[in-house]
Design a protein around this ligand. Structure first.
Ligand code: ZN
Length: 131
């Protein structure tokens, strides 16, 4: 199942937990694991708290790790830092599903981290059923 999400800014944290839960509800995904996969090179998926200050800290951390300038790829489309941030975070996550509910911790959300928006993003959702 393909979930489409459009970012509005260059860098943005987008909580997609509710849409993924809705997909589970509509498809009657009951017990198993849900694999979420971002089909892109300059955004990432993370499981963590969606709170404005920590959301800005995710980007702050990545900016301390990845310089904006000096990368070879910048000669192509000037977004190497976005590619490298996406590499560090990862493009997928897996969530257990129990009795139709995403079995997330109290503060855990599924967050799309946009590093090179605004763009339309596609998240592939694959449900793996267990007995
Ligand atoms: Zn690029």
């Amino acid at each position: 199942l393909l979930l489409k999400k459009t970012s509005a800014k260059k860098q943005e944290a987008i909580d997609i937990t509710r849409e993924i839960q809705t997909a589970a509800d509509q498809n009657n995904w009951r017990n198993g694991a849900l694999f979420a996969f971002a089909r892109h090179c300059t955004c990432a998926l993370v499981l963590n708290e969606f709170e404005p200050r920590i959301c800005s800290d995710y980007f702050k951390l990545l900016e301390t790790l990845v310089n904006k300038k000096g990368w070879a790829h910048n000669e192509i489309d000037d977004n190497a830092a976005a590619h490298l941030a996406a590499c560090l975070v990862g493009s997928h996550c897996m969530i257990p599903v129990r009795e139709g509910r995403l079995a997330l911790g109290t503060w855990q959300k599924i967050i799309l981290l946009e590093f090179d928006g605004p763009r339309e993003r596609e998240i592939e959702l694959v449900f793996i059923e267990t007995k």
